[in-house]
Design a protein around this ligand. Structure first.
Ligand code: PLP
Length: 375
């Protein structure tokens, strides 16, 4: 029997090359390859879509966060979840800030505001929260805590372009929200990041900061980065943005079908809770495998899927507090973080995945469940 093709965990949803060609040609012919007309157009369209005063396109989410944290003058400790992508802690490391890891909510996998408040010390300067897999954090509670304790509030919104909280797009909350447009994200530019903020001073800082810190006089009052977005990346982003509504809809439809069918096959399987007043992007489709209830582990299921050519990922394992880079961190109790990091598995999902492939994942899961019952 011929081995079926591998189903990748994700792929960027792109148009045929001809859609990009004339934009690349125009950039080449203009002789202006970075932070020019396409970047400006991309930023304007993003600001409009997000309903935010300022958008600054940068070379990555990581670079955007490095500049935002520097621009807000953060010092000492920053409270953040340990259950987030391993790179989320890097902007702290590069700014000499100490991460303080707070536990998460068992249902939504986002940082638990009560755990955050307990960890506030005289050295705390900010709360830095991730919208996990596109599910918005408890923004109201975090905003209240940040105001009460005079802390800055920043969101790692890498997963959440297209998510909403109480009807408002993610992008305008806190002091700043930073998106990634790397190829695994729903909105993509190839590589890139987007800083969204209603703080004009911060936006001006990031704008200079992405260009070495140059204030326009070639003086460098602050140490910036080389973190511009090229015209080619912005052109890809403009097209990705115009396809976003359609792509999100396809993605959410596939996720709903997958969730329904998996639940029908195994009603005791758990899923990330999406609070009723929010919309997620399903940047990742994550299942929660409780071995005490199901009699098998997340790792058993991953090994099985792997043998069937279905690529899955243990997002986010190990959690940050177990990485050597973050050993200097302070931390609260991370009981739920540990359990969730050990039990969740992300299944393949991308905007143009076929229903055939989704059904193959469902069929293989059915085989797995049946084999378990027999043995
Ligand atoms: C992808 C990702 C990042 C890093 O984004 P880059 O644009 O590659 O720097 C940061 N945080 C989270 C949660 C991510 O998923």
């Amino acid at each position: 029997m011929r081995k079926p093709n591998k189903i990748p965990i994700t792929r960027p949803t792109l148009r045929p090359f001809s859609s990009y060609a004339r934009h690349f040609k125009r950039s080449i012919n203009s002789g202006l390859l970075t932070t020019n007309a396409y970047v400006k157009e991309f930023e304007e369209k993003l600001a409009k879509r997000l309903g935010v005063r300022n958008v600054v396109a940068v070379s990555s989410c990581t670079a955007g966060l490095m500049l935002v944290m520097r621009g807000l003058g953060l010092t000492g400790e920053v409270i953040m979840p340990s259950f987030t992508f391993s790179a989320s802690g890097l902007p702290l490391a590069w700014n000499g800030l100490t991460p303080v890891f707070a536990d998460i909510d068992l249902a939504t996998f986002t940082v638990d505001p009560k755990a955050v408040e307990k960890l506030i010390s005289p050295r705390t300067s900010a709360i830095f929260a991730t919208h996990v897999f596109g599910v918005p954090c408890n923004i109201d509670a975090l905003t209240r805590i940040a105001k009460k304790h005079k802390l800055k509030l920043i969101f790692d919104a890498a997963h959440a372009f297209g998510s909403t909280y109480k009807g408002k797009p993610i992008g305008s909350f806190g002091d700043a929200e930073v998106f990634s447009t790397s190829p695994t994200k729903v909105l993509t530019t190839g590589e890139g990041g987007i800083v969204a903020t209603n703080n004009d001073t911060l936006a001006a800082y990031v704008r200079k900061g992405r260009n070495y810190g140059d204030d326009g006089t070639e003086a460098i009052p602050h140490a910036g980065l080389s973190a511009r977005m090229s015209e080619f990346h912005a052109a890809i982003g403009i097209i990705s943005l115009s396809d976003l509504t359609k792509n999100l809809k396809r993605r959410l439809d596939q996720a709903a079908h997958l969730k329904r069918q998996l639940h029908a096959l195994e009603p005791r399987l758990k899923f990330q809770t999406i609070p009723p007043d929010t919309k997620t992007t399903y940047k990742d489709f994550s299942i929660y495998v409780d071995p005490a209830i199901l009699g098998y582990t997340r790792d058993d299921l991953q090994t099985f899927f792997d043998s069937r050519g279905i690529v899955t990922r243990k997002y986010f394992f190990p959690p940050l507090h177990r990485h050597a880079t973050y050993q200097h961190a302070r931390k609260g109790s991370l009981t739920i973080t540990t359990i969730v990091a050990e039990n969740v598995l992300s299944l393949p999902l991308y905007s143009h995945i076929s229903r055939t492939d989704i059904n193959r994942i469902i069929r293989e899961f059915k085989t797995f469940v049946h084999d378990r019952k027999k043995s």
